[in-house]
Write a protein that binds this ligand. Sequence first.
Ligand code: F6P
Length: 547
Amino acid sequence: MTEQTTERQECEQAWAALAAHGEDIGGKHLRELFADDPTRGERMTLEAAGLYLDYAKNRATDLTLELLCDLARAAGLREAIEAMFAGERINATENRPVLHVALRNRSHTPVLVDGQDVMPAVNATLERMADFTRRLRAGEWTGHTGRRIRHVVNIGIGGSDLGPVMACRALRAFADRALTFRFVSNIDATHFFEETRDLAPEETLFIVASKTFTTQETMTNARTARQWLLDALRDEQAVARHFVAVSTNEAEVVKFGIDPANMFGFWDWVGGRYSMTSAIGLPIMAAIGPERFMEMLDGFHAMDRHFREAPFERNMPVLLALLGVWYNNFFGAQTHAVLPYDQYLERFPAYLQQLDMESNGKGVTKDGMPVARQTGPIVWGEPGTNGQHAFYQLLHQGTKLVPADFIGALRPAHALGDHHAKLMANLFAQTEALAFGKSAEAVRAEGVPDALVPHKTFAGNRPSNTILMNTLDPHALGALVALYEHKVFAQGVLWNIHSFDQWGVELGKVLANRILGELTGPAPDPAAHDSSTRALIARYRQAHGRI
Ligand code: F6P
C-alpha cells in the first residue's frame, strides 16, 4: 500500500469518526455544554501574537477538538505547513512556491527558492519602499510642477486593491492626515471619476498596482489616469513624477511608460490575495510610515511563527480552520460571517471574501477529482453594530446556521464619551444571545401572551468565535490578517484542494474580451452566443445606435 493511500485512508477514518461524533453531540445545546463544564469560558481560549481567541461558544467538546486535530494530522497539515515555509512548489497548477511568509520574515533567516535565498531581495525592496515613502511623506518627492504630493491614488483590483484599502482604512488613526488616499479598482469609469474629481493633478501620485500588469480594469484605469494628468499638465515628462508601478512584470511596466526606477517589484511566489506585505503594501507604508509598516510586518511574523510552531490544539489559525470545517462539513453551514466591532475594520469582510473565496472556492481535489465534500464557505459581514440593525434577525431566529467571528479591540482609537463601552457591550451581548438564546419558559415568565411566545423565543445554540486585540494598531492588524491567511490555507489542506490558484476567474475574462468587440465593433455572428446573451448584446448595441 502506498504512503498516499494510507494517508487517504487515515483521513477518511478521521472524517468518519467526526461524523459519528457529530451524531452524538449534534443535538447538544451550548447551554448544556456550558452547564457541564463551568470552566469552559476560561479554558477554551488562546492567546497568540497579541490576539485573544475565545472559542468556548462553539458546539464542540474537548473530544470534538481532539477528533478535529486528528483529522488535521491525518490530512498532513503539519507537513503542508512545512512545505509552504520551505518554499516547495505547493501551488502545483501554477508550478510556484507560496512564500508570502518570506515577505515578513523579521527573523531574517534564509528562505530558499530553488536554492536561492530570497531575503536579500525582500529586504532591498522594503528599503526602497521606505526610502520612497519617507521622501513622499516629507514632501521631498514633489510633482512635476514642484508642488508637494497631497493625494495618493492606488489603481489596482482584487489582491492589488483589497489589502491596501482595508489596511489604509484600518490604520487611519496612525496615518499622515496631510495625505489623502484613494483607491480606484472598478472598470466602471464612475469609480475613477468620483475618486479623482476633487483632486489637483499637480498634487496627485498614482500607484499602478498589478502583479501581472495586464489586468483589464487596472490598465484601463491607469491609461485614463495618464490622460487625466496630461490633460492638466500637458507634458509627457510629468508621468515620471506622478506614476509609480508595483508589479512582477517589468516589461509591461516599461511598455506602459513607467520608468523601472519608479517600479517596486515582487515575485511570482506571492499570490495576489496574499500580497499586502509585498510592495503592494506601498500605499499602506505611505499612509502610516515605514516604522509602523514594519510593526505590521512584526505582527504578521508573530502569527506566522505561532502557526508554524504551536501544536494544533493550541494553534489559533488551525483551531479556526477546524471549527470552520466542523460547521461547513457536519452542520451544513453554507456561510461564515465576519463581524468586526470596529469601524476602522469596515473593509475587513470584503478583504476576507477574496482571501477565502478565491482560495477555497474549488470543486476538484488536488488530483483533479470532483470533491466529495463541501469546500469553502461564503464569507460575508459588516461592522457591528450596523449589522445588528440589518441582518442579525436572521442570525438569531432564521432557519440557517451562520457561524460567526466577532472581532473587537479592548481599547478604543477614540475615547469619546461611553461609545467604546457601548460598542463592546453589544459585541459581548450578541455572542451571548446567539449562544444561549431565550427559552419559551423565560419568555412566558415575563407575562408574554401565549400567541407571541414563539415569536419572542430565541433558540440559541448559534456558534461564534470572539477575537480580541488590545488596540487596533499595525501589529494587531498584521497578526489578524495572518491569522485568516493561515486559517484559509489550513482548510484547503483539510479539503485536499489547491488554495493558491484561481482558474475560476478566467472564463469570464475571456468571454468579456470577446463580447467587448461585439458591443463596439461589427455585429456578432448570431451563432456565437445563446439566445439570452445574444439578446443582451443586441439591446446594448441598439442603445448605442448600432443595430
Ligand atoms: O481576479 C483574479 C485576479 O487574478 C486576482 O487573483 C488578483 O488579485 C487580481 O486578479 C488582480 O491581478 P493583478 O494584480 O495581476 O492585476
